[in-house]
Ligand binder design. Sequence first.
Ligand SMILES: C[S@@+](CC[C@H](N)C(=O)[O-])C[C@H]1O[C@@H](n2cnc3c(N)ncnc32)[C@H](O)[C@@H]1O
Length: 265
Amino acid sequence: MSTDDLASFRTSPEAYDLLVGRYGPALAAALVERAGVAAGARVLDVGCGPGALTLALSHAVGEPALVASVDPSDGYARACRVRVPGADVRVGTAEALPFEAATFDAVFAQLVVNFMVDAAAGVAEMRRVARPGAVVAATVWDYAGQMRLLRAFWDAAIDVEGEPARALDEGRRMPFCSPGELGRLWHDAGLVEVEMGPVVVSATYRDFADLWAPLELGVAPSGAFCVSLPPARRAALRHRFAELLGSPDGPFQLQARAWAVLGRA
Ligand SMILES: C[S@@+](CC[C@H](N)C(=O)[O-])C[C@H]1O[C@@H](n2cnc3c(N)ncnc32)[C@H](O)[C@@H]1O
């Protein structure tokens, strides 16, 4: 993860919830179901952000104290503690998980692997803290394809700003956003019974202003790019972005596809 990307996740958790976080609960529910998390299991959420997956895990296992979570952003870790009181939420990174080996029955990273500084080390750590036979699972957005919000955002940015936007386009620069690359990361970490597949979720917006507002708060790489522009160019980006989404005039819905990978330690 670049230091700029990391900084973009030190913005307010509320802004995160309104941008990508809008899709988080549905994505978390799908991942928990696919992994088959059982009541009473001890589970870990790596890169928990404000806590959408931590909350879903706490419901699935039936007891927040059975859930541990880690995120390098202090603010997100605090927001996660508020959202899931009783969960063991720590500030830390995937590459150096603060847990003993073979602690968890299932280990997850939702939309995090592509932001890790050293993903091989991060996934190796996820495997280390998983008990033998435990599920180790992750999702990454299909940035280059069917994550409609971010795809349309970067396409609009490239139309308006050209090369500087192309260089920052998450569809071009994010690693592990294709099934092949993500599957290889899991195999190379020594995980077995590796399965891949798409997860499609959606979010509803009151209007285009509802979608645009969190970008103006600088959240995530897309928001960071947005606030780097002076007002007139930001307005041009807003206009083109709305056009690419069909100039919605009232409520609308967007679909977002992520790739899920599951393996066993
Ligand atoms: C797109 S957000 C996903 C947050 C949350 N999992 C969700 O689904 O809403 C990416 C998260 O990864 C965290 N992150 C970045 N680098 C990380 C690392 N090396 N180890 C663990 N988490 C990291 C960020 O702080 C941020 O909260």
